[in-house]
Design a protein around this ligand. Structure first.
Ligand code: SF4
Length: 460
């Protein structure tokens, strides 16, 4: 019993979060910065923060995540980290030779009040930024928001620093990727390719955090959106943001700066969300939906129909990031499952409204919660009060799954104890088929293992 102190009885808590369903802002900023080609993320704070953010990403992706730090000491913690950052910029360009340094702040540098614009200007005046090299920044104070806020702040900074409108608009659609796996970004590009839609995807971690083993170390792998591509987003004719929490701010900024109109759809997880994404891309890129996608969709529907009896009325608890949970909840309903408990540590009304709209008629008894008071302790209490048939979330859910003996699907961030999430997509029709297969494998394995001997079936 790893979580033996969790009780079914809930006590009113006003100022205590236990096992929050989130991590900190700079983790998201660091992840997004890796989706820019030849970019080195830089953490403006103490070494401990940077080590934590790097190791969280490294453990999930099983790839070495490179990032630099301003390495605050006692002195910089009191008087500010200006000189640390200026000398770090000099060292980084001299030794590690990135094209861009993407600086994000931390709790400490935000509390001190370091002025990033002024520090970067100082580095430029002192000749620490070589010709053709760039330093950008975003503010990521982690006492507000979550890793999703940090991700959103970083991609908004891409727009702020790079996107440029010229008089020549191009027949290109920008796709702003919400927090998803490199495998999902690869799948987004494949879908656009088979549709023959001209797109700019940003950020793009495929080819960065899912690289093949070649025996040769590459500090900057071949993947990532190039600076030229991000500059060109200002000339595209439309933008589709994938996931409101991660991308809406960048979409709004791009519209304000370069007059590129936008639409935000859900991350295409599941049948309906993928339909909406494909229709949106088809309309705005002015291309038809090809047969190959219609066939993939048909295979997914067939897979669901063949196995509907295993899904019907199965109770599911899920936790993680709102941009994932909203379409995932919708997909579970498509499968005739019952998402009964849903928790995200990321605050925002959109989650509550979307989940209410999805569940109020079909699962009126569902409990859901978002924001800093939403934690996995309470999720566990709800499960103790009335059990579920399936738990979906990141690796932190394994303790609940073990204690309550629930089939557990690892999905979200971080997944540190199983490989593969960055290789096999969960978005699009192919990704939805992968998800259906995962759900079935877990639930049917559980049935085979726990049912009475007389009920063990060869054919299922
Ligand atoms: S929460 Fe703040 S202090 Fe803690 S690791 Fe994140 S940035 Fe650093």
């Amino acid at each position: 019993m790893l979580l033996r102190h969790t009780t079914a009885k809930e006590i009113q808590r006003k100022a205590l979060t236990i096992n929050p369903a989130k991590t900190c802002q700079p983790v998201g900023a660091m992840y997004a910065a890796l989706g820019l080609h030849r970019c080195l993320p830089h953490s403006h704070g103490s070494q401990g923060c940077c080590s934590y953010h790097r190791s969280t990403l490294t453990r999930h992706f099983k790839e070495p995540v490179m990032a630099a730090t301003s390495s605050f000491s006692e002195g910089s913690s009191v008087f500010g980290g200006s000189s640390n950052l200026v000398s770090a910029i000099d060292t980084i360009f001299t030794v590690y030779e990135p094209d861009i340094i993407a600086v994000h702040t931390t709790c400490l540098s935000e509390t001190i009040g370091d002025d990033m614009t002024q520090i970067i200007s100082k580095a430029k005046e002192e000749g620490k930024i070589p010709e053709g090299k760039i330093v950008i920044y975003c503010n990521t104070p982690s006492y507000v928001g979550t890793h999703i806020t940090g991700y959103s702040n970083q991609i908004s900074a891409f727009v702020k620093f790079f996107s440029t409108a010229t008089p020549k608009k191009k027949n290109v659609v920008n796709l702003v990727a919400g927090w998803m796996e490199p495998s999902d970004m690869r799948e987004i590009k494949r879908i656009a390719r088979v549709m023959e839609a001209r797109i700019i995807l940003f950020p793009d971690m495929s080819g960065v955090l899912d690289t093949p083993l070649t025996g040769k170390f590459e500090m900057y792998p071949s993947g990532g959106t190039t600076i030229q591509e991000i500059i060109a987003t200002g000339d595209s004719k439309f933008t589709i943001g994938l996931g409101a929490y991660s991308t809406e701010d960048a979409c709004v900024k791009l519209e304000n700066k370069c007059r590129v109109r936008f639409e935000v759809v859900e991350i295409p997880i599941g049948l309906k969300a993928t339909d909406r994404f494909v229709i949106s891309l088809s309309r705005h890129a002015n291309v038809p939906v090809p047969d190959v996608l219609t066939e993939e969709r048909g295979r997914l529907v067939d897979l669901i129909a063949d196995n509907s009896k295993y899904f019907y009325k199965k109770r599911v608890a899920l936790f993680g990031d709102p941009d994932t949970l909203i379409p995932l909840t919708e997909f579970l309903l498509t499968l005739d499952m019952k998402p009964v408990y849903i928790v995200t540590g990321t605050p925002g009304k959109h989650f509550d409204e979307s989940i209410r709209e999805l569940l109020s008629e079909r699962v009126p008894e569902a409990k859901y919660k978002s924001g800093e008071r939403a934690d996995m302790f309470q999720l566990h209490q709800w499960i103790k009060q009335e059990p579920v048939d399936l738990l979906i979330g990141n690796t932190y859910g394994k303790y609940i799954a073990r204690d309550e003996n629930i089939p557990f699907i690892r999905l979200g961030f971080p997944v540190t104890d199983r490989p593969g999430n960055n290789y096999f997509p969960h978005i699009g029709y192919v990704g939805a088929s992968n998800l259906v297969t995962k759900f079935l494998e877990k639930m049917l394995d559980y049935q085979d293992r726990t049912c009475p001997e007389s009920k063990v079936e060869f054919q299922m």
